[in-house]
Design a protein around this ligand. Structure first.
Ligand code: KG4
Ligand code: ZN
Length: 338
């Protein structure tokens, strides 16, 4: 069979990314993080679209160079259609359309959330490919979902957050502690040195497979404010323990929901995906679950957890094999369901 080269383009939020894959193997995966948002404590949509506009051409050129191919060798262009920030999505969508038109090759639209899940089908020597059907806990800065995946394109949301996403819970907690955006990785770092049992936070009460994180965030805020009134150095003196306790509570919530999902569906193939699946505690708890509950667990390679274009390219490749192409009149969609 002739090798299929797909260029993937991801621009749904604040990372501009391009990746070239050959069949299911990643040749390059370039991610340009946008530094501009850190000082605002969150993503500023207007600044994100401008940075995408600046980054997109150099990032694509770099992805082609690193893959050591020319644009004329590409078989198709895959891009993120949504969900995400409209202004950000438009940059990737317009660029992908024009390039596909110029090269006269197929254009493939990709759902970002499906991309996070299908990143598990990238061919990596040290990673298992999930067996269908499997349950995927998709956890990112914008989403928190439990998805039943019956095949590459048949996905059903069994539960999701009714308010904040789990990534937001990490980032907003970090903000309360005075840590810069995005705070998730920093909470993870400090948590490694702390005691997860030091402080207790109340877990939310929601439906079996649904999530809620806004109450937890408020609980953490009130707790910190109260402690700081008594000891203005409370955060400074106890940062590691606070982070470990917050992370421990969040990961416990996630694990409880996964156990519920296994009970309800009888499916024991469990995957995690999305930016928060980079978290060291959820990764190690999932590994333990193989031993303790007999689950088959699938943990993505670190570089395919947070937003990246390799996940868009692999989804594009799977759609390419099905001749599932987009029309040139395709439009970006800020709200797009799995
Ligand atoms: O998937 P992603 O890159 O972007 C969205 O689609 O939202 O996820 C970003 C989120 C941020 O909230 C970030 O704080 C969180 O993933 N994150 C982490 C870790 N690494 C990234 N949260 C906890 N622990 C980590 N190690
Ligand atoms: Zn994402």
């Amino acid at each position: 069979d002739k090798p299929v080269y797909i260029l993937g383009i991801e621009s749904s939020c604040d990372d501009t990314s391009a990746s070239v894959i050959c069949n299911a193997k990643v040749l390059s995966n370039v991610v340009a993080n946008q530094e501009v948002h850190a000082k605002y404590g969150g993503v500023v949509p207007e600044l994100a679209s401008r940075a995408h506009q600046q980054n997109i051409v150099p990032v694509v050129q770099q992805a082609l160079e690193q893959a050591n191919i020319t644009k004329d060798q590409l078989s198709a262009i895959a891009f993120t259609k949504g969900p995400g920030l409209m202004g950000s999505l438009l940059v990737g969508t317009s660029f992908a359309k024009s390039l596909a038109m110029g090269l006269q090759i197929p254009l493939i639209d990709v759902n970002h959330m499906q991309g996070h899940i299908l990143a598990h089908f990238i061919d990596e020597t040290d990673c298992k490919i999930p067996t269908f059907p499997f349950i995927c806990l998709t956890i990112s800065g914008g989403h928190t979902q439990i998805v039943k995946v019956s095949n590459h394109f048949e996905m059903e949301i069994l539960g999701e957050t009714i308010d904040d996403a789990v990534g937001e819970a990490f980032d907003k907690s970090a903000k309360i502690l005075g840590l810069p955006y995005p705070g998730g990785p920093l909470i993870d770092k400090h948590a490694k040195l702390g005691n997860p049992k030091a402080y207790k936070f109340t877990k939310p009460k929601v439906g079996d497979l649904d999530f809620s994180f806004s109450g937890l965030k408020t609980g953490i805020l009130y707790f910190i404010q109260k402690q700081e009134r008594m000891n203005p150095n409370f955060i400074k003196e106890n940062l590691n323990d606070i982070c470990a306790s917050i992370q421990g509570t969040i990961v416990e919530i996630l694990m409880d929901k996964l156990k519920n999902a296994v009970k309800q569906t009888g499916i024991k193939n469990i995957a995690i995906a999305g930016g928060v699946s980079a978290n060291s505690e959820i990764r190690s708890r999932l590994l333990l679950a193989e031993k303790h509950f007999g689950w088959n667990t699938y943990i993505p390679k670190f570089e395919y957890t947070t937003d990246n274009a390799a996940m868009i390219a692999i989804t594009g490749y799977l759609k390419y094999l099905n001749n599932d192409y987009a029309d040139v009149s395709v439009t970006a969609k800020a709200r797009l369901k799995v």
